[in-house]
Design a protein around this ligand. Structure first.
Ligand SMILES: *Cc1c(COP(=O)(O)O)cnc(C)c1O
Length: 356
C-alpha cells in the first residue's frame, strides 16, 4: 500500500506527468540539454512557453484582448502587486472578505490604498455576488474564488459589477470552466493544480495595463511583462515546463468540464461520508462547500490529533488543517485520484468504529 498525499500545496502530480518531467530533466525535447539548463531565450524554451500559453487560452477559452503572463512571487506577492499595478490614479479598492486568504490580500493592499470591504463571510459561508456592495470609486474589486483554509468556494459567477473584477484563483484555476470574459484579472500560483511552486499565472485584460505605480520593479510590472512576453528577466523555466505538461494532461482528461466532474465526484464522496456519520462534521454550509478542500473535524481536538497520527501510519499523508483553522483538511486537487478518496473514506469508517 503506497502513500497518498492530500497536501494543500505543493500537491500531487499525476505519475505520467512526473515521468515526462523526469525525462525533461535529462534531455528536454531532444535538445540534448536538461530543462534546468535550458536558456530562457532558446528556441526550445520559447516553444514550451508558447505551448503553455496556447493550452491556457484553449482550456479557459480566453477571449481576445487578454494577456497571459508567467510570473514569480506566488499569490502572496501578487497581493501587493495588484494595487501597485492596478490602482492608476484611484485611491481605493474593494475586497470581498471571504476568509483567511482574502484577509491576507486585504492586509497587503492596505499598504497601498484604502480598502472597502464589499462583504464579509464566516467559517460556514462565502458571500455571493448578490451580497457584495461595491464602491464605484474603487480601482477594482478583489475576490477569492476558493478559500483553501476554511474549505469554502464561490459557486455563482458574478455578472457585470461596475468595476474590474480581480480574482485569486490559486486553489481552483484549471479545476473547472471559468467565464474569463467577466474578469479583469485572474491569478493563481501553480503549486496546487498546475504543477510546481515558483510560477504564478496572471491573466489580464488589456485595458488594465498602463496603470502601474512607477516604482514597480519591471519583472513584477504586469504591463512590462505583457510587452516582453513574460521575459523581462528569467522566468521560472522549470515550473513553466511542468505547467506545460500539466495543461496537456488536463486537456487529455477531456478539459475543464471533465476535470470539474471528476473533482466533484471525489469531494462528494467525502462529503457524503461525513454526512452519514455523527462523528465527523463540517463547518461549511452545503451550498458553500469547496470542491477542492474538504475541511472537517472530529468531536475533540484530541481525536483530531489521533486521527491524523493514525492516518499517517496508514499512508494517508498531509491531512492536517490550516494552522490557523485546525481540524482535518483533505485537498483534492486535479491530480489526486479517486482511489485516494476511497482509501480515506474506508479509513474514516474504520477509525469511527474503533474510536467513535
Ligand atoms: C495557497 C493559496 C495562496 C498562497 O499562495 P502562495 O503561492 O503560497 O503565495 C493564496 N491564495 C489562495 C486562495 C490559496 O489557496
Amino acid at each position: 500500500m503506497g502513500t497518498l498525499s492530500f497536501a494543500s500545496g505543493p500537491s500531487l502530480l499525476p505519475p505520467e506527468v512526473l515521468d515526462l518531467v523526469a525525462h525533461d530533466i535529462k534531455d528536454c525535447r531532444g535538445s540534448g540539454r536538461s530543462v534546468l539548463a535550458l536558456p530562457f531565450t532558446s528556441v526550445e524554451f520559447t516553444s514550451i512557453l508558447h505551448g503553455a500559453e496556447q493550452s491556457i487560452r484553449q482550456l479557459l477559452q480566453i477571449p481576445d484582448g487578454y494577456h497571459v503572463l508567467f510570473m514569480q512571487g506566488g499569490a502572496s506577492s501578487h497581493f501587493s502587486l495588484l494595487p501597485m499595478n492596478l490602482l492608476g490614479n484611484r485611491l481605493q479598492a474593494d475586497y470581498v472578505e471571504s476568509g483567511l486568504w482574502a484577509r491576507r490580500a486585504i492586509a497587503a493592499a492596505k499598504s497601498w490604498c484604502a480598502v472597502n470591504v464589499s462583504a464579509r463571510g464566516d467559517r460556514s459561508a462565502m458571500p455571493g455576488p448578490g451580497e457584495w456592495i461595491i464602491s464605484r470609486q474603487s480601482a477594482y474589486c478583489h475576490i477569492t474564488t476558493n478559500e483553501t483554509a476554511e474549505g469554502l468556494q464561490l459557486h455563482d459567477w458574478p455578472q457585470e459589477i461596475g468595476v474590474p473584477l480581480v480574482a485569486d484563483m490559486t486553489a481552483d484555476l484549471f479545476t473547472r470552466p471559468v467565464p474569463i470574459e467577466r474578469f479583469g484579472l485572474v491569478y493563481a500560483s501553480a503549486q496546487k493544480n498546475l504543477g510546481a511552486a515558483g510560477l504564478t499565472v496572471v491573466i489580464i485584460r488589456e485595458d488594465l495595463l498602463d496603470r502601474a505605480h512607477k516604482g514597480t520593479p519591471p519583472p513584477l510590472n504586469y504591463t512590462r511583462q505583457a510587452a516582453a512576453g513574460s521575459k523581462v528577466n528569467t522566468p521560472p523555466t522549470m515550473a513553466v515546463a511542468v505547467a506545460a505538461h500539466m495543461l496537456s494532461w488536463v486537456a487529455r482528461q477531456g478539459g475543464l468540464a471533465a476535470m470539474e466532474a471528476r473533482n466533484w465526484r471525489k469531494s462528494e464522496m467525502l462529503y457524503a461520508a461525513i454526512a452519514r456519520s455523527r462523528f465527523y462534521s463540517c463547518a461549511a454550509a452545503p451550498q458553500h462547500r469547496s470542491m477542492l478542500n474538504v475541511c472537517f473535524h472530529l468531536p475533540s481536538k484530541e481525536l483530531d490529533q489521533l486521527f491524523l497520527h493514525e492516518a499517517e501510519s496508514h499512508g494517508l499523508l498531509d491531512l492536517c488543517g490550516h494552522v490557523e483553522i485546525g481540524g482535518i483538511r483533505a485537498s483534492l486537487y486535479n491530480a489526486v485520484p479517486q482511489e485516494a478518496v476511497e482509501r480515506l473514506v474506508a479509513f474514516m469508517a474504520d477509525f469511527e468504529t474503533r474510536r467513535g
